[in-house]
Design a protein around this ligand. Structure first.
Ligand code: GDP
Length: 454
């Protein structure tokens, strides 16, 4: 482990009640003691772990920079596992920066992004999935996203991964015994048992992978476009979903000529929502441009809200839209149901139709339910383990591929050595997931995405 003592401002820069400057490393207490003086006369080096002192921070000439509380943690009982001092001073950018500068003068070096958490990982305080959950927790944009990261922080991913690893290690040990003593009649060491163990691993890996997409929608959101011909009520719907006048609403067709975008929470789903120009035949150059951009949006969107106007007969633009959404993840919305119907809703095809009046808000609840249902967030149970990033998913997918290969090798009657190689590959992928076997490059890549001070 590095012998550098590092320091950084751990709180966001801006006006606030308190700012915290964190110092970690073997010399953290000695460094802090050079600029922090307790009003009681106590020295920080005399404090036990988890003890705090109230005093002042001074510059190199002895001038007071601020009153502060210094909280001492002694290795290994700290976030990083190292000696740590957290200085809480008055909030704001200037004071916190002045104190940080002073701490650096006293011997600390500026921490790089994620260095505190990286040290916690390297000192065995948390595994990689728990370290990654810290970033997820900090960046969570909804209760559901925070819940997923909290689950990972509490060790759900580690626990489920260890479950699979135990089975794989058992399989690897049995395979080795089987290969070494082929003539011995060792109980439980049968092809059927191997197959069963591998099958259990397959199911567990698949379960882990299955929650990833839903988790991604909860954490990062889903790109969603509101589409439909002009005047069906797309902008009114956008405003209803946003709870504010985000798009301009008029009864003049073609008012929304370009894409209006916003991000909103609908239940557990984050919608990266775009209100598009109405898709229709037009000779107007500006409108044409908007229509082209709307078509691109449809192609790139992961979810479409296709809006139809209940009060006017379906026309060719509507029929073209029905055709273009048939193989897309889509919710078909029949708007203006406060007005008399001008067509039979069966004409919209086999879609499940959500009937609303965007103007009055009727059907809003059903629509939010439908959005959460199509994104499967309503299927996620509070106890489900959710992988929280692409790296984790990749590790489990590789483990699953290797388990499949082992099962196939067993079925095809290949040598047990060959089966064992595949099982070892699966074990290696899962050890990479938890960080027990990870290269420095991967480790650096993960932590550099963290903010400084975390
Ligand atoms: P867009 O062109 O598809 O974005 O349509 P707008 O949202 O601009 O709406 C066009 C017109 O339909 C406006 O006059 C809206 O007030 C009206 N409108 C939108 N939704 C409803 C609704 O649910 N009921 C009724 N009666 N009028 C609506």
């Amino acid at each position: 482990m590095s012998d550098r003592t590092i320091a950084a401002i751990a709180t966001p820069l801006g006006e606030g009640g308190i700012s915290v400057i964190r110092i970690s490393g073997e010399d953290a207490i000695t460094v802090a003691q050079k600029c922090f003086f307790a009003f009681s006369g106590e020295k920080l080096s005399d404090l036990k772990g988890y003890q705090a002192a109230y005093g002042k921070i001074t510059d190199n000439l002895g001038n007071t920079l601020d009153d502060a509380v210094a909280l001492v943690f002694r290795a290994p009982k700290s976030y990083t596992g190292e000696n740590t001092v957290e200085i809480s001073c008055h909030g704001g950018t200037v004071v916190a920066r002045q104190i940080l500068r002073r701490v650096l003068e006293c011997g600390a070096t500026l921490a790089t992004g994620g260095e505190f958490t990286k040290r916690a990982f390297l000192n065995g305080k948390l595994d990689l999935t728990k370290a990654e959950s810290v970033m997820g927790l900090i960046s969570a944009r909804s209760d559901a996203a925070a819940k997923i990261s909290r689950g990972a922080r509490e060790g759900r991913i580690s626990r489920d991964t260890q479950d699979i690893l135990n089975k794989l290690l058992e399989t690897a040990a049995s395979l080795a015994a089987f290969a070494d003593y082929p003539d011995e009649d060792i109980p439980n060491l049968t092809q059927e048992n191997f197959a069963e163990l591998l099958n259990e691993c397959t199911c567990k890996c698949e379960k882990l992978i299955s929650t990833y997409d839903t988790g991604r929608i909860i954490r990062e959101g889903i790109n969603c476009a509101i589409v439909g011909k002009p005047n069906v009520g797309k902008s009114t719907l956008m405003n209803l979903l946003c709870g504010s006048d985000r798009s301009i609403v008029t009864d003049i067709a073609g008012t929304t000529r370009d894409i209006v975008e916003t991000t909103i929470n609908i239940g557990d789903v984050i919608l990266n929502l775009a209100d598009t120009a109405g898709i229709h035949e037009t000779d107007d150059t500006v409108e044409k441009f908007g229509v082209t951009r709307a078509k691109e949006k449809i192609d790139n969107a992961e979810l479409l809200l296709a809006v139809f106007d209940n009060s006017v007969p379906l026309d060719n633009d509507d029929k073209e839209l029905i055709r273009s959404i048939s193989n897309k993840k889509c919710i078909v919305i029949l708007n203006k149901t406060d007005l008399s119907p001008a067509f039979d809703k069966e004409d919209l095809g086999d879609f499940d139709i959500i009937e609303i009046s965007a103007k009055s808000g009727i059907g809003y609840k059903e629509l939010t339910k439908a959005i959460n249902h199509i994104c499967k967030t309503d299927m996620l149970s509070p106890d489900d383990t959710v992988l929280i990033n692409e790296r984790q998913r990749d590790c489990v997918c590789r483990a699953l591929g290797a388990v499949h290969a082992a099962s196939e090798a067993l079925l095809c009657g290949m040598t047990l050595d060959a089966v064992g190689v595949c099982v070892d590959d699966a074990i290696a992928s899962l050890l990479e997931l938890t960080g027990k076997r990870v290269t420095n490059e991967v480790c650096d890549e993960i932590f550099k995405r963290f903010c400084v001070g975390k």
